[in-house]
Design a protein around this ligand. Structure first.
Ligand SMILES: Cc1cc2nc3c(=O)[nH]c(=O)nc-3n(C[C@H](O)[C@H](O)[C@H](O)COP(=O)(O)OP(=O)(O)OC[C@H]3O[C@@H](n4cnc5c(N)ncnc54)[C@H](O)[C@@H]3O)c2cc1C
Length: 365
């Protein structure tokens, strides 16, 4: 049983089902994936998706690219980062993709392998009974399962049910995303260093891109939907030059979202008996490295591999956590350092750190 049909839950489900596990997912949300979000699948994401046979589908429906260009507030180029091509020189280093599209690809593959996804339910109680886990769902039904995987995001309730506690940290940053038509010049990621905030553009397909903006030094708050687009346009006014064009595109956006930057890392065990948490539930980085989904996808693959290698579920889970903990800790900590440097407008120190962290992440999962 897996809790959560996000990136981690769906990839773990497919990886386990391919190895012969019978998998059911309990997802609290409705079948429609959140609209309006774009994601960058960096090299490690694509490499892991390739192992599941899904990288080419993501490249076909997303936008393949290899370059991150750093611009100053006026839109003058200040540096360029060529991201490592982890699937060989003939395929791009990364892909921008709309979240609903990625979700549809992952969902279809899980169902093709016989995974059952149940929406509108969650897990309310968990008890280890010998080698099995007794799981009570919110609809009153009970399962006895050999393995329980909590893939229910940074605010994971499975983590709490297992007694695995961690803090969730807010860093004074709110991130904005707006879906817009892709300008012809946007063939890679462009990031603009403003006087207070950072903005940029990520292509998602031939016709679509998303504008991002990181608002620094703010309280966590919620704005009414009607105020989102006007406020984003206002924040983008601080960027002259190329961003002017992007700002006018925000007027055409059908979807603007604003979220707090939250990070978490489970410093102790991620497992209890035959239960484990993966993805953001165990390690949620700041979005500055665009690699949280990469860790989540890798988790699913490595989990299936380690369970296949060990005699008992408990031993497989311990091996999984041993293999993943340091890599995930490094990414979470580095992403937080980058977020702080950007906030302090020390971009010249942040850029080399982004570069070296991408190179570290290029190491095998
Ligand atoms: C603004 C922003 C931009 C980002 N950009 C990128 C990027 O470009 N590239 C990248 O690699 N990463 C990015 N990330 C990080 C990435 O989105 C996450 O790391 C990734 O989604 C984690 O996947 P997950 O499956 O662990 O969690 P989630 O994607 O959060 O999925 C959790 C799932 O569990 C469900 N759920 C929650 N609670 C329960 C419950 N109690 N019971 C049942 N189901 C439940 C949720 O509905 C959801 O479907 C970004 C994050 C943010 C906030």
């Amino acid at each position: 049983m897996i809790v959560g049909a996000g990136v981690a839950g769906l990839t773990a489900a497919t990886a386990l089902a391919r190895d012969g596990w019978q998998v059911e997912i309990a997802e609290i949300g409705p079948p429609e994936a959140p609209a309006g979000w774009g994601l960058c699948l960096t090299g490690p994401s694509l490499r892991a998706l390739d192992e599941l046979g899904l990288a080419d589908a993501c490249l076909a429906e997303g936008y393949g690219m290899s370059t991150l260009t750093y611009m100053d507030v006026n839109g003058e180029p200040r540096g360029e980062l060529q991201l490592p091509r982890l699937m060989g020189t003939r395929r791009p280093a990364m892909a921008g993709i709309a979240r609903p599209v990625l979700h549809r690809i992952l969902h279809a593959e899980a169902e093709r392998h016989g995974v059952v996804v149940r929406h509108g339910v969650t897990v309310v109680a968990v008890d280890q009974e010998g080698d099995l886990v007794r799981v009570r769902l919110s609809d009153g039904t009970v399962r006895k399962v050999a393995l329980l995987v909590g893939a229910d995001g940074v605010r994971s309730s499975v983590r709490g049910l297992l007694g695995l506690e961690t803090s969730i940290d807010f860093h004074g940053q709110m991130v904005w995303r707006a879906l817009v038509p892709r300008p012809r010049w946007a063939t890679g990621i462009h990031q603009f260093a403003g006087k207070a905030d950072t903005a940029g553009l990520v292509p998602l397909s031939g016709g679509q891109a998303y504008v991002f903006l990181t608002e620094n030094g703010v309280e966590q708050s919620v704005l009414p939907d009607a105020r989102l687009a006007p406020r984003l346009r206002q924040l983008l006014e601080a960027f002259p030059g190329r961003v002017e064009e992007i700002r006018s595109l925000v007027s055409m956006s059908t979807s603007v979202v604003r979220r707090p930057v939250l990070t978490a890392f489970l410093a102790g065990a991620w497992n209890r008996g035959s239960c484990v948490v993966i993805g953001d539930a165990a390690h949620a980085p700041a979005p500055q490295m665009a690699s949280g989904a990469a860790l989540a996808i890798e988790d699913g693959l490595v989990l299936a591999r380690e369970l296949g290698r060990h005699e008992t579920v408990g031993a497989g889970l311990r091996a999984f956590v041993r293999r993943r903990a340091q890599r995930c800790r490094t990414l979470v900590e580095t992403s937080v350092t980058i977020a702080r440097l950007v906030q302090a407008r020390r971009h010249h120190e942040a850029y080399p750190l982004v570069d070296s962290c991408h190179r570290l992440m290029a190491e095998p999962a």
